[in-house]
Design a protein around this ligand. Structure first.
Ligand code: TXD
Length: 326
């Protein structure tokens, strides 16, 4: 059999999208696998540990004939292989151990994320960065400082995961399909996150009309402790299926220019009365990355909770600045 026609590299070819996932651990590998299954892009998995990204990538590629997806997945230690990425998901770092707060991770992970960002930007200056590494609010700040990218291209994943957790708890409590439940969580990604019951609905009906205040409070509490609950159970790491799915939902919104409204950690520019700090707020995610912030009218209580969240974010930023890395 002979082939004829155009060859790869010919300008008449449409280029597939390229996504790099830095860190091929639990969250990175899960995200890569889900993104490949959705055929969002060809995927490069990068990790410092030799052989692991290569092995996982090959394993995923070998699953593609069975699952029927058409996406190349490759593994590497070399940033040159990430060149020209449209979107980069950063999960590199160490994960939380039992009893360790997200903030304990700070100094190690800031150094890792600063180095990763420098290398990524050198090879993909036009990419959109999606940050996953904890403490999340400190990592998006680090990536923004190091990359010098506009706020539209440095986005943190937290709210999608936190609201997915809240959705699952609401569906369980009311014994209704997860498909009909939506939920909103604002603020920082930490113990000060702000679940918003009145913007959380079941088939359009706000939660306060469906559940008594004490049950709503219990759900909000469990949501805020959602990460710790999994850490307690696993004992040797933190959640990865839901976090992987959450960051891929954001990646899909961007790569398919869907203009989805999702809660993301973005650098605020006066919205919600906050200037220059990353907070979790509802955003429009499309081809340009973060294309707009939606400002909700908050009640006095919600404003207080957002204020607490902001203080926690400010503390993290002060700690990052004190490391004197940039
Ligand atoms: O809601 C959220 N944002 C989060 C965040 C939800 C879940 C997990 N969250 C955080 O993501 C977690 O606290 C960690 O900071 C990261 C990654 O979690 P994961 O569970 O995937 O950790 P692993 O399995 O330890 O994987 C981390 C990988 C591992 O393979 C390391 O070898 C690699 O990161 N690593 C690096 N890769 C590239 N470059 C450098 N410098 C590097 N250092 C470590």
């Amino acid at each position: 059999m002979r082939w004829s026609g155009v060859t790869p590299g010919d300008s008449r070819f449409f280029q597939r999208k390229k996504v790099t996932v830095v860190g091929s651990g639990h969250v990175g590998a899960t995200a890569a696998f889900l993104a490949a299954q959705r055929e969002l892009a060809d995927i490069v998995l990068l990790d410092v540990v030799e052989g692991v990204p290569q092995g996982k990538a090959l394993d995923m590629y070998e699953a593609s004939p069975i699952l029927g997806y058409d996406a190349h997945v490759t593994g590497t230690q070399d940033y040159a292989d990430t060149a020209g990425s449209d979107l980069v998901i950063i999960t590199a770092g160490i994960a939380r151990k039992p009893g360790m707060s997200r903030d304990d991770l700070l100094s190690t992970n800031v150094k890792i994320v600063a180095e990763v960002t420098r290398n990524i930007v050198a090879h993909s200056p036009d990419c959109i960065l999606l940050l996953v590494t904890n403490p999340l609010d400190a990592m998006v700040y680090t990536a923004k400082q190091v990359s010098g990218f506009p706020r539209s291209r440095v986005i943190g994943m937290a709210g999608v995961l936190d609201s997915a957790r809240m959705r699952s708890f609401i569906a369980e409590e009311l014994d209704v399909s997860i498909e009909d439940v939506s939920a909103f969580v604002l603020g920082g990604h930490g113990d000060t996150m702000v679940p918003l019951p009145r913007y959380s609905t079941v088939a359009g009906v706000p939660l306060p009309e469906l559940l008594p205040a004490d049950r709503i409070e219990a759900i909000s509490q469990r949501t805020a402790q959602g990460g710790a609950e999994i850490v307690q159970l696993l004992k040797t790491g933190s959640a990865f299926y839901a976090p992987g799915a959450a960051v891929v939902e954001m990646a899909e919104a961007i790569l398919k220019d869907k203009n989805r409204i999702l809660p993301c950690a973005v650098c605020l520019d006066g919205e919600y009365g906050v200037d220059g700090y990353f907070m979790g707020v509802p955003c429009k995610l499309g081809g340009g990355g973060m294309e707009g912030v939606i400002e909700l009218d908050l009640t006095a209580d919600e404003q207080v909770a957002m204020g607490r969240s902001l203080e926690a974010v400010k503390t993290l930023v002060t700690e990052v600045d004190a490391l004197g890395l940039f």
